[in-house]
Design a protein around this ligand. Sequence first.
Ligand code: DGJ
Length: 735
Amino acid sequence: MNEPVSGIAPALSLPEPDRSSRGAGAPETDERIRELRGGGVAVVVHLPDEGLPEVLHWGRDLGALAPGELDQLRLARARPVSPSALDEPWPLTLLPGEHDGWEGRPGLAAHRRGRAEHPRWTVAEVRVEPQRLRVRAAADGLALDIELSLDDAGVLRLAHELTNTAAEPLALTGLETVLPVGDRVGEVLDFTGRWTRERAPQRRALAQGSHVRETRRGRTGHDAPFVLALGAPGFSTDAGEIWAVHLAWSGDAVYRHDALPEARPLVGAGPLLRAGEIELAPGESFRTPTAVFIWSDQGTDGIGARLHRSLRSRSSHPRRPRPVVLNTWEAVYFQHDLGRLEALAETAAAIGVERFVLDDGWFRGRRDDRAGLGDWTVDPEVWPEGLHPIVGRVRSLGMQFGLWFEPEMVNPDSDLARDHPEWMLQPLDAGIRAWRGQYVLNVAHPAAFEYLLTSIAAIVHEYRLDYIKWDQNRDLIEAAHEGRANVLRHTEAVYRLLDRLRTLHPALEIESCASGGARVDMGILERTDRVWASDTNDPIERLAIQRWTELLLPLELIGSHIGPPVAHTTHRATGLDFRIATALFGSAGIEWDLTSCTPAELDQLRAGIAAYRRLRGLLHTGALTHPDTGDDGAGATCVIAEDRSRAVVRLARHATANRALAPMLRVPGLDPNHRYRVTPVPELPVPRGLDDTPPPWLREGLLLPGSVLTEVGVQPPLLAPGEALVLELTREPRG
Ligand code: DGJ
């Protein structure tokens, strides 16, 4: 029998739904298609009488569609029966599986004592709120809650929660979220990396098949896929359609895309579940981390713009000005000495630093990186009066005080390891390979959890800490509790620990660090205030790392420090002006022994800090873009105020140019009908450049309509590698 389509005669034969299988509260006919709209994006979901919801459209907003039109959209999407294929049309659902007819990687993988689960889902309940849809489905022995929400930035969040409703345990080995993307995708972008080279992009042609990137590092990882983007062929920084996913999760992950000959392409992500890791007892549930899906027709900057807007709309988003930080790590390493640190603090305060962070080396037994982790009390030999003398001095200089912790780790040479071998996630006698001489504590162990919470909270309380740098310096190989893989529960426990600490100390700010930038994800950022993007302070390396970190995060969340003249991680020498220009576009700080600086260097730092403090209101709220420079050796970074009244643009060169005349620097996104005054940022030196005579406007500045700056641009000087020009654009009142 044909299924009637309201008001329009059906053109195709569709199977009659089996009404007998409809659960209580199943949607009425005219409510079977739901549209979520926000930020110029629409997600249209079909709720069938049988089986799980299908996404009919995820992409550009289609406008408000009438029920009849939504039904027509469903019809327009209805698939024919392909040759040499299943006898009936089959649905591509939000949790695709073999019972549906899907033969790619399944959304759900589970078994009961070896008996495979191929659930036959029925939607039991649908809850619709503005921009949010919750669907409860049931199958024999299982319940599934699907939650989709679309925010005003057009960012879609999707999570599944699976409940075992049978009397037998359920072994879960996969639960992933996926969405169909446009058929016109042809290229794939994701990321890789290593220590001091995080978030390196890799791009390739889309190939057929189910393609999976797994991470098994027990933390997000230096080589995390980060953002998996499927785009129309040739998508660029500012053009082309892209469908992307990011998993808000700091443990093992699966990023996947599926392009099967008989189905629409999919993109998705989920937690990586190791064998035996998740076994659901009767009545128990498992909820996936939230997957964040982003569509844009404006290239990678369009993806970034949506993510930044979405993150900035969170109530927990840091809104106080991001202070200038002095971090002691590369300044003194483990050489903690009150006199030396006081001198550092005094110099820092004198040039405008606002937060002093005492890094690794302050706690019991921590004279180098081989001992002490786990013993979270102040070392009485180095600090006989506790940290009070340095905290007091820092505060008397008008700065905030922050402290380094690495709560998840233990050195075998620590009282914690000696007293509580049962708290280890990696038993010390199991022959597991050490990493920086350290092993992982099982934070999911209730007593270990309480110990960490109590000891960290006591230090926060005693010294009224403003800030914690929360480090994590190793991958979690062979991480198990009583023989059972335990990365997932451990990661959840770390989140709980952070949440509890923040509840106890709501004003405390926390930075996420993991051997530099190995924990940069939206899961950790739900409970932290900035990330340490990388352990390299070499500005040449940093420019690339920050550029792609900015795909996910706005500048105020990305820690960036001015390091010493010769970078400790690369041994490369760079100029101070270049190091300042690099750190300016971030949550800025210094990591350098300032007591070794010349007066001229201190003056330059003071001026750079003044520029940051003057411009951070704009840098940390404006729209970020990366205008195409037309030059492989140089990158541009631009921030334009929401009201388009101001902008800052940095042109930075990391390699020589292939032309003698630098391409025009264009600034998209300005108000075309207003004039802007263009000048170099006055606090920063204008780079010398390689031209015999620099472009004349650099001296007097320019006054040009936004339309000209966007379409024609300005002639920049030919910068030498390691030089940056930072421009300020100010809209003139209409006169
Ligand atoms: C690794 C971090 O990334 C560094 O910034 C520093 O905090 C060290 N750990 C300290 O051990």
